[in-house]
Design a protein around this ligand. Structure first.
Ligand code: ATP
Ligand code: MG
Length: 490
């Protein structure tokens, strides 16, 4: 029995400790458009008041971004462009990431670096088209025969005789699953091929699952709420015990992107998608792939999709395409974007740049942000502003949490402005103001290493000073090369 299901949407992101891993959301209350208190400067350090959402200050940009999230959710923004503009290190990328987190998993968010378009193998417009299509979601609803309930028994029965093929191990002969609903229980004997799907979904007794009767695809819905504890913070999602019979017809919702469908259907032996149903179109996802995605194929997918939208089976979910460092795009790309934004299947596009007036790539013309005026004219512009010392301090504190670096506690009565006998955090903040926030963040790990080498668990101001002496920040390095120009090869 084949198990066909969508494993991972093409926009799914991997998690690791990265420069933005302290960011959890925009931290703007949905109804009032009000910012949560970000911790005051009056508290003498503000290190413990750093907001839970992970973003500090930048109120204007965050409020605008929150409004944007509301507009995207209500599908009023498709085909529009937004530009995040501001000096380097003012949280443009961080805010875009927070927008993605606020939108949740059901709305596609596709981040890209503008420089990704410069590939020697793929056309620039092709790269952009692909990313555009990654940012448009489709929610497909179908009514299917399923078995649904809380798992009360889950056992694998081994075959009585050793497996003839391997000679040693016993193979799994069948899976026995007992499902419970409000109306009763049912024990199912299932083909071993389902075992893998059950393992992959990490199904345990007490979970609510459903299995598609035709394909055997297994989906874990959540943990049965009979097991819910009283803790506020829970990793698991609790769902009520399903009502009705174990076997029933149920609406199954799948979220895919247009690119998923393109990729899944780009195979040599492609039968015309006219004669396949929506299920077949989606089910291609599990198959090995692929040849090239051509425009013809995209047209066919579009046609099929439009048909399903008309029939009410599928619904378009315009997502977000985030293009970082947009000044790296050239005139051809900008011309393409102008047109692409006007198509009827367009996502919202968020650009970000830290450039002032500069040359538009591929032309001799200069323009604000390195973006041609006609495209700039379509954008709503959100600006970010530099941080104060206190805000810098809070951001650095958040970074120490994310990187698990413990800083030495502040000494009582330390002079805030004097970097010399300040605590490590204050010293880093002052350094960040003088050089850049990124440089100060980058010093955290070396300083922690130096402290460890000296046999300490906490990082003191001495370690920060030592790390700072070992490395140069961008500005210091630039100054050095200008001062000692004759020593370098020009
Ligand atoms: N308001 C903020 N709250 C918390 N962390 C922030 C904030 N702003 C920036 N940061 C952090 O500071 C670092 C630099 O910010 P980010 O990369 O977002 O800057 P940027 O504006 O995109 O800069 P660039 O123009 O150079 O791309 C990141 O680690 C980011 O997570
Ligand atoms: Mg950035």
């Amino acid at each position: 029995m084949p198990v066909e299901e969508i494993r991972r949407s093409s926009t799914a992101q991997r998690k690791r400790v990265s420069v933005h891993s302290h960011v959890r959301g925009l931290g703007v209350a949905a109804d009032a458009g009000e910012l949560f208190p970000g911790g005051g400067a009056a508290s003498g350090g503000g290190r413990r008041e750093a907001p839970a959402c992970g973003l500090v200050g930048q109120e204007g940009a965050r409020a605008a971004a929150a409004l944007l999230v509301d507009l995207i959710r209500s599908k009023k923004m498709a085909g529009r462009a937004v530009l995040l503009s501001g000096p380097p290190c003012t949280g443009k990328t961080a805010i875009a990431l927070a927008v993605a987190l606020e939108l949740g998993r059901r709305v596609p968010f596709c981040p890209m670096q503008a420089s990704e378009v410069y590939s020697s193998e793929v056309k620039k417009t092709e790269v952009l088209t692909e990313h555009f299509r990654r940012a448009i979601g489709l929610r497909i609803k179908e009514v299917k025969e399923v078995y649904e309930g809380e798992v009360t028994e889950l056992a694998a029965e081994e075959s009585a005789l050793p497996d003839a093929a391997s000679g040693y191990a016993r193979s799994i002969a069948r899976i026995v699953v007992t499902l419970r609903t409000t109306k009763g229980t049912k024990t199912l004997r299932l083909d071993p091929s389902i075992h893998e799907a059950i393992m992959r979904e990490r199904v345990e007794c007490g979970d609510v699952i459903y299995m598609e009767a035709v394909s055997g695809a297994v989906k874990r819905v959540g943990r049965c709420d009979a097991y819910a504890t009283e803790y506020d913070l829970e990793a698991d999602e609790y769902v009520p015990l399903p009502k009705g019979d174990v076997r029933k017809r149920r609406e199954v919702v799948q979220d895919v992107t247009l690119h998923d469908l393109d990729a899944a259907n780009a195979r040599p032996l492609q039968t015309s998608s006219q004669d396949t149903d929506v299920l077949a179109l989606v089910n291609q996802l599990g198959r090995p792939r692929k040849t090239e995605i051509t425009d013809k194929l995209r047209d066919e997918v579009n046609k099929a999709v439009e048909k399903y939208i008309e029939q009410g089976v599928a619904e378009v979910v315009p997502g977000v395409l985030f293009i970082d460092e947009v000044h790296m795009l050239d005139m051809e790309c900008f011309a393409f974007l102008n047109r692409a934004l006007e198509s009827n299947l367009a996502p919202i596009v968020i650009f970000s740049t830290n450039r002032g007036v500069c040359r538009v790539r591929g032309t001799d013309m200069s323009s604000p942000h390195g973006i041609p005026m006609d495209l700039l004219d379509r954008c709503l512009i959100i600006r970010t502003v530099p941080y104060t010392l206190e805000q810098t301090r809070q951001i650095l504190w958040l970074r120490t949490q994310a990187e698990r670096v413990t800083l030495e506690a502040a000494r009582e009565g330390g002079d805030e402005a004097a970097a010399d006998d300040a605590d490590a955090l204050q010293m880093l903040a002052v350094l960040a103001q003088r050089t850049s926030l990124r440089y100060a963040c980058n010093l955290l790990a070396p300083a922690a290493m130096l402290a460890r080498a000296a046999g300490r668990d906490t990082v003191g101001s001495g370690d920060v000073r030592e790390a700072n002496a070992l490395f140069l920040d961008a500005r210091a390095s630039a100054q050095r090369v200008t001062e000692q120009a004759q020593g370098y090869i020009a």
